[in-house]
Design a protein around this ligand. Structure first.
Ligand code: C5P
Length: 403
């Protein structure tokens, strides 16, 4: 939702300025371009170097660069941005904003900005509760600014109450919601999407199992992004330590390949888009021991194949359904993926290779290629799994548009 969005972050002099670093990182991770404007006092709380490094852009503080006299145009900056977030916003900056005072670059940019402004107040509880501050906040609301409400809890002063700056993830969520409401409806809106994720565990005895290194990150990122686009999303997840941020995804926890098969089978017919991202075990013990295996001299496990969920669903797929599979390969990547695409009747397959650095199990990033039914290959850069999820769903929307 924030991919490619241009965001100015205004940082003012509050102890909560340290959270600006986390906020910049989260925005960049979401694919946004970030430029940071700081008030002079903010520099006492967090160094410009930290925010410049994280935002990958120079920090702006003064009206002009004292070194070379170059003018920092607040007008250009205000026109550049899709959103202006002032976080943390002190009582002083809020008061100035409410009254049109323009004595630093952060404030002149505010007065010039044509984009949506978000304000995340941060101050002590009495300053926050003071009628002057409350009146100023009401004034900002009446100007159309969005106030990201502060939280209640322990404050830097040692007092307890309302005034803690909202957590960076809450600010990111406000931005997401804003852009979501502004962007035209996704083709996935109200479409039933079924996603499998994570590993499966095949019991050897009540204690041990056969599993694999899948963390579930890619499938969870797909489910979050599908839900954000308005899809009615069901996630069938093998054992994973991850938690979903979105509460609009229906999550079904399963353990074994057989549990996953039964759950997918149950939801398959009513689903319009099915993404099989799970690393399903190909074999399971012929018989799981009822008691913990004690004999430590020798153990021979008899394994039988599990049901290939993708292959079975490929056979049942109807005209109005899209089936997307994954391939994680270590050799002959493209020919193996093409063979799977055909055999399992996928509409396209997402290939990731264990030979690519930063791709595969447990990593935060992934590097994929998408192979279509027409055998065309589209290669993508190394990206966070959130951005990869967005690329995959863009591809699904592209296919839906052609139908
Ligand atoms: O054959 P391979 O396991 O590499 O195929 C990978 C694709 O098939 C993935 O989309 C995976 O989720 C799916 N699959 C499945 N059921 C299995 C094995 C794989 O759905 N038993």
């Amino acid at each position: 939702m924030l991919k490619g969005k241009k965001i100015i972050l205004g940082v003012t002099g509050s102890i909560a300025a340290y959270k600006a670093a986390i906020l910049v990182r989260a925005l960049v991770k979401e694919g946004a371009q970030v430029k940071v404007v700081m008030s002079a006092l903010a520099k006492e709380f967090i160094t410009p170097l930290t925010l410049a490094t994280l935002s990958k852009n120079p920090i702006l503080v003064d009206f002009f660069d004292p070194e070379n006299g170059q003018w920092n145009s607040h007008v250009d900056l205000g026109l550049w941005a899709d959103a202006y977030v002032i976080a943390p916003a002190t009582a002083n900056t809020i008061a100035k904003m409410a009254n049109g005072i323009a004595d630093n670059l952060l404030l002149t940019t505010y007065l010039s900005a044509r984009c949506q402004v978000f304000v995340a107040p941060a101050m002590d509880l009495d300053m926050y509760g003071h009628r002057a501050t409350q009146k100023n906040i009401e004034t900002l609301k009446s100007f159309g600014n969005i106030i990201v409400e502060p939280g209640t809890g322990e404050l830097a002063s040692g007092l307890d109450g309302k005034g803690r700056m909202a957590e960076p993830e809450d600010i990111v969520e406000s931005l997401r919601l804003f852009f979501q409401n502004k962007t035209p409806d996704s083709l996935l809106k109200n479409i039933k999407v079924l996603i499998t994720a994570g590993p499966t565990y095949e019991a050897i005895d009540p204690v041990r199992f056969i599993g694999n290194h899948s963390s579930g990150k890619m499938g969870y990122a797909l489910a979050e992004e599908a839900a954000r686009r308005g899809a009615l999303t069901t996630l069938v997840s093998g054992p994973s330590a991850l938690e979903l941020k979105s509460n609009s995804v229906q999550k079904i926890d399963v353990v074994s390949a057989n549990d996953m098969f039964k759950s997918v089978e149950k939801h398959f017919e009513q689903s319009e888009v099915i993404i099989l991202c799970a690393a399903v075990s190909d074999f399971t013990p012929e018989q799981a021991a009822k008691e913990k295996i004690k004999d430590k001299t020798k153990l021979v496990l008899e394994l039988k194949p599990t049901t290939d969920i993708a292959f079975e669903m490929g056979k049942r797929k109807k005209e109005n359904q899209l089936l997307i599979g994954f391939a994680l390969e270590t050799s002959n990547e493209i020919s193996n993926a093409r063979e799977k695409l055909k055999r399992k009747n996928f509409d396209f397959i997402v290939l990731n290779s264990l030979n690519d650095k930063g791709a595969g199990f447990k990593s935060e990033t992934n590097k994929i290629s998408i192979i279509g039914k027409d055998n065309n290959i589209c290669n993508f850069e190394l990206k966070t799994k959130e951005l990869v999820a967005s690329d995959i769903l863009d591809k699904i929307e592209e296919v839906l548009k052609l139908q």
